[in-house]
Design a protein around this ligand. Structure first.
Ligand code: 3HB
Length: 335
């Protein structure tokens, strides 16, 4: 018998031009919009759903919009600094931490508020989360890298909630201004499996040389409503074990990042979680490729074309990455 707790559809995103981001039809409602352009904007409600603007330079001049759509009517709301849209099965939440000298405390406050909201709205299960932060590799006034300070604040909240090892696929990547922007997708229920890469040490167990608190995320998350599942692949880079490989060599870093994704979504890894079938890189869609140095963009684009389906939604963005020795990071979704 089917469980009535399971949602009947999986949330879908499309990449559109920013001008087209708010188009809806009677069958297609908007759960949330994230624009990637040459300026940032705090999360706000627009036409009844959340919209947040990230400053990331893309390969095309006008930028793009990541639009999360739902077949159901969406109710928008605000809770402190959080803007959200929900449809009875899923919620999209976005929040913003302005630039501050104290990211650990500000991150702790923001994460606590998010968890409180998700509990009170009744969507406790987070299955994908994204963070974009300015000055990600810069030192704070305390002399710690901004990314590491963010990890400290995040870890504190998750430890308190007993969720340290329970987090889903994530991205933490640089942005060109504005502090930290965070958005996530959560649901009431559904089958969720957080997946690790056998070639990589789980981020939870990174040694302290990468920061006083380890990052809290899985390499990918399989999420299945009452229907076919999808795999949300985290921001993935040239890391084996816990070490950055191929310093300074963008081509080899890019190929290793692609290899890591192939490993995570392939039959060998998924079968260990009783998930099937396995997938290949040609099955990845809604792909974001983050490239640290603008001069590497064309090279990375050429390499990615060898592996991804020509029909896939794919964008190339100029962004800093959580370790200063990483030159490329790639994320996507297998539908
Ligand atoms: C994270 O700290 O959650 C994270 C960082 C990344 C990629 C994915 C997740 O660089």
């Amino acid at each position: 018998m089917k469980s009535t707790l399971l949602p009947a559809y999986a949330p879908v995103s499309t990449f559109r031009s920013p001008g087209d981001a708010h188009r809806t039809t009677p069958e297609q409602h908007t759960l949330g919009v994230v624009t990637f352009t040459d300026g940032w904007a705090r999360p706000r409600l627009r036409d009844g759903h959340p919209e947040v603007g990230l400053h990331l330079a893309g390969s095309s001049g006008d930028g793009f919009a990541e639009v999360w759509i739902s077949p159901r009517p969406v109710t928008g709301g605000e809770f402190g600094d959080i803007t959200y849209g929900h449809d009875g099965e899923y919620v999209f939440c976005a929040t913003h931490i302005p630039e501050t000298a104290d990211y650990p405390t500000a991150t702790e406050t923001a994460y606590s508020a998010l968890l409180e909201l998700l509990t009170s709205l009744g969507y406790p299960q987070i299955f994908r989360i994204w963070h974009y932060m300015s000055d990600i590799n810069a030192d704070s006034p305390r002399g710690m890298e901004v990314y590491r300070e963010f990890c400290v604040g995040r870890a504190k909240v998750l430890e308190r909630h007993g969720m340290s090892h329970d987090m889903p696929a994530a991205t933490v990547i640089g942005a060109h201004g504005g502090g930290i922007f965070l958005y996530l997708l959560a649901c009431r229920g559904g089958t969720q499996v957080n997946i690790e890469n056998p070639r990589q040490v789980p981020a939870y167990h990174y040694p302290s040389k990468y920061g006083p608190k380890s990052p809290n995320f899985a390499r990918a998350t399989y999420f299945a409503p009452d229907g076919p599942g999808r795999i949300f692949v985290s921001g993935t880079a040239a890391i084996l074990g816990h070490q950055t490989m191929h310093h300074g060599d963008v081509e080899r870093q890019c190929r290793l990042a692609l290899g890591n994704i192939a490993q995570v979504i392939g039959t060998g890894t998924l079968s260990a979680y009783d998930l099937e079938p396995g997938h290949g890189l040609a099955d990845l869609d809604q792909i974001k490729v983050y490239v640290r140095r603008t001069e590497d963009m064309d090279r990375v684009r050429r390499i990615c074309r060898e592996y991804f389906a020509p029909t896939a939604d794919i964008v190339f963005l100029n962004a800093d990455i959580c370790r200063s020795d990483l030159l490329v990071e790639i994320e996507g979704i297998v539908a």
